[in-house]
Design a binder for this molecule. Sequence first.
Ligand code: C2E
Ligand code: MG
Ligand code: MG
Ligand code: MG
Length: 288
Amino acid sequence: HAKKVGRANHQFFAPAMNAAAGARLALERALRLALENQQFELHYQPKVDVASGAVVAMEALVRWRCPQRGMVPPNDFIGVAEEIGLIIPLGAWVLREACRQNRAWQLAGMAQLRVAVNLSAYQFRQKDLPEFVAGVLRDTGMDASCLELEVTESVVMHNPADAARMLDRLHGQGIHISVDDFGTGYSSLSYLKQFRLDTLKIDRSFVRDISSDADDAAIVRSVIALAHSLRLKVIAEGVETDAQLAYLRELGCDQYQGYLRSKPLPAHEFEALVRAGGGAPVLKVAGR
Ligand code: C2E
Ligand code: MG
Ligand code: MG
Ligand code: MG
């Protein structure tokens, strides 16, 4: 772009570019310090059984409580963390903290719920990931069956042969595996039979208009049928309305996540929600 406008304008663009580069550098520096300074925290969103309304599991979602920027959502820093190599220690912290918290809840007598952790492509390509996960489970005393790892289609499709071996090694320990944002990635259905998977997570873009858009409804119906015929569970993401939930129930969807039941909550609020009625039918949580 700068070239097209011509040389005369070069001086004009340079300060803006320097400002952007400066902001980026500041972000990188702040992110590196954030891990040392314990500014990351996990929020937990319930996974709800469609038929009973019971909270049956949770997803751990990382947030950055930055003194200067406020609460930063993962989409604003995971990409940068990946580019600067911070995702490996950050991802390790997330896994350890999710397992530590879940084990603490179990020991405190809370219902036994599986905790799901999102894996970055970079983590997934670490050859020693299965040993690392096994070590975290051992250190925290959490059972492998209480851990679920979420990977996206693009993560597993990057190198299907390696991914299949990696999933075998993780699944072989008793860890549950789900495919996140199912239907949005570069997707070849043949991988579904090659990979050791437990759950497909239907992306919220298909759920949004499910009760009004016949095409979305057809896609969701087909994904549910496909999953069930492959003996996989299906969970719908981003459920916000009673109408969406009613539709998903009719289609035989197993579980859902979404603001209808609860946004992701800090640990103590999640604990209160489960204690107040993890088994009770839909409880609306106001606001987001
Ligand atoms: P995801 O794993 O697909 O997580 C679902 C996202 O949808 C979360 O956003 C969640 O807050 C949001 N969500 C849940 N219910 C609803 C709803 O009803 N409506 C709408 N509009 N949104 C809903 P969040 O927490 O901002 O996370 C965004 C993404 O960041 C995640 O997508 C995941 O890909 C990534 N992420 C989060 N935590 C981690 C982590 O610890 N490690 C890695 N590698 N990635 C993470
Ligand atoms: Mg996820
Ligand atoms: Mg998702
Ligand atoms: Mg997503």
